[in-house]
Design a protein around this ligand. Sequence first.
Ligand code: SF4
Ligand code: SF4
Length: 221
Amino acid sequence: MIITKAKEKGDVVATLKDVKSVFLIGCSECASLCGTGSPEALAAMKETLEAEGKKVTGSMMAKTGCQVLGTKVELKPAKEEIDAADAILVMSCGAGTQAMVEVFKDKRVYPANDTTFLGNMTRFQQFDERCSMCGECIIDKTGGICPVTTCPKGILNGPCGGTNNGMCEVSPDIECAWAKIYARMERTGELDKMREIVPPKDYSKKLSPKVWVIEKKKEEK
Ligand code: SF4
Ligand code: SF4
């Protein structure tokens, strides 16, 4: 899931300084789980903005905010409330905000959140970064644990000389990714794989912007 953090209220209010009325859009997916785009977050934002003298003309929870066409359809019933707003405040990730930029070509659209990383919810309200979307997954060679992301140095053949009793030299709060990889591969009977050198990655696969079109399979005759 995409992890978002709410911007400071003062920053959002400053962004909206030239705006008298706002329509709020939340997202039922990742941003809801992060508490940054949930119905409760929208209600709190409405309260904050009204206390600042702004008019909140309405709000809507998008099913999947980054889905441009689906969200456009979902917004149709709110047309009057949207028309009455000077701006749209999007409480989702950066992709969701830009989906709304695409939908509202002539209306101001602003983000309420900072988008931080692709992560896992490992316990209630805790999110850990596990994948940095490198475009060339190598965790088949590393026990299913990603050293590109979870080792601060991104070492492909570790550990480095700083590993210390299972912890990382960069911070005593971080478990050494390669100690975890070793322990996991020992448990799964794959330790011999640790002798294989993981080749340098092709970082051109990480270049942005990317586009991916899923081609329809041709029906076989
Ligand atoms: S190697 Fe790591 S960063 Fe790359 S795709 Fe796999 S999990 Fe993600
Ligand atoms: S101690 Fe482990 S996690 Fe930390 S930088 Fe070295 S190999 Fe990476």
